[in-house]
Write a protein that binds this ligand. Structure first.
Ligand SMILES: Nc1ncnc2c1ncn2[C@@H]1O[C@H](COP(=O)(O)OP(=O)(O)OP(=O)(O)O)[C@@H](O)[C@H]1O
Length: 310
């Protein structure tokens, strides 16, 4: 129902989005995964008709959105990265304002406000001023506002950045329900691969303005079907040892943080003997070793040599 065709945006010297072609089918939940600066927000701004592409097009039901922006605005609910609410108004008043903008009034408007407040779990706090809400609650009202005009497609730009775990789970559950139970088509951008893994059927991975991989989660993970990820935890950090282990012949990628080292190796490679030998030489204590099935984070690491949070 919604597709972009070689969508491109250049800001002076920066090619923020470089020939991105995406497709969303009705009822699908699609993830746009990429690190900061990959071009996700810029792509979304063009899809939402807020930014004019340098070249390429966006099509809704086959019709160019550049030529018919009104069609897109009617069917699209956008949850922006920044909170777009009036702080001095209550949640109820904010939703009333947005509902009126979309042409709702009277009983229909009140019913819709009740529905979206219920959806985001804030019905009992609707009279409080938005400025007194937590960041997570404000984000929930942001989603409610985007849902006021019963959109067919919901686009979310990193809606969980910087919020408390309870609001995060609530938001993710709500989006999941909207997609699975109400058939809402969803485009969800994030640099948290766990969220995309949980919510999305299909994923586009973006880096430096380009789509570098696309597929269902299973298809993307199949890129690593001949690999295993070994996760090793130590009693403390051993930078020299970590370096040494990541240089063992056969190790394809290494990712280290504090006390943990993740090594991507070919399936069947015998790593443990050298691992324990090196650990002993460095006087290091291994506290846990396990082999992980590949995650989308591993796929990203394999494709770019970097982690999503680099
Ligand atoms: N208005 C602008 N003017 C100039 N450069 C811009 C503008 N907007 C974005 N960029 C640049 O375009 C690139 C892509 O940015 P964008 O915000 O789309 O990435 P993103 O994947 O959404 O990252 P984030 O997760 O941090 O929002 C970055 O290099 C950014 O600095």
């Amino acid at each position: 129902m919604l597709e972009t065709d070689k969508l491109t945006k250049r800001f002076k010297d920066t090619l923020a989005v470089d020939g991105v072609s995406l497709e969303l089918k009705k009822g699908e939940s699609v993830g746009l995964l990429g690190p900061n600066g990959a071009g996700k927000s810029t792509a979304i701004a063009m899809i939402s008709t807020l930014l004019k592409p340098s070249s390429g097009d966006v099509r809704l039901h086959g019709k160019s959105v550049l030529k018919h922006p009104g069609d897109m605005r009617r069917v699209l609910g956008v949850v922006p990265q920044k909170i777009a609410l009036y702080e001095e108004l209550s949640a109820y008043e904010n939703l009333k304002f947005f509902g009126r903008l979309y042409g709702l009034s009277g009983k229909k408007l009140e019913q819709r406000i009740d529905y979206v407040l219920d959806l985001v779990g804030l019905a009992d706090r609707k009279k409080e001023l938005v400025k007194h809400y937590s960041g997570g609650m404000q984000r929930r009202v942001n989603l409610a506002a985007a849902m006021m005009h019963e959109p067919e497609v919901l686009i979310m730009d990193e809606p969980t950045v910087g919020i408390d775990p309870q609001s995060r789970n609530h938001l993710l559950e709500t989006i999941r329900r909207l997609n699975r139970e109400e058939g809402m088509t969803v485009l969800y951008t994030s640099h948290y691969m766990e969220e995309v893994e949980k919510l999305c059927d299909r994923v586009y991975i973006m880096d430096h303005g380009k789509v570098i991989a696309e597929g269902t989660k299973e298809e993307l993970k199949a890129i690593l079907s001949n690999q295993e990820t070994v996760c090793i935890e130590f009693d403390q950090s051993y930078p020299d040892l970590f370096q040494k282990l990541s240089e063992i012949e056969g190790v394809q990628h290494a990712d280290m943080d504090e006390r943990r080292l993740k090594l991507m190796i070919p399936k069947g490679m015998r790593l443990l003997a050298s691992l324990f030998h090196e650990a002993e030489r460095h006087g290091a204590q291994v506290t846990n070793v396990h082999v992980q099935t590949p995650t989308l984070e591993d796929v990203f690491l394999r494709l770019t040599g970097r982690t999503l949070r680099d």
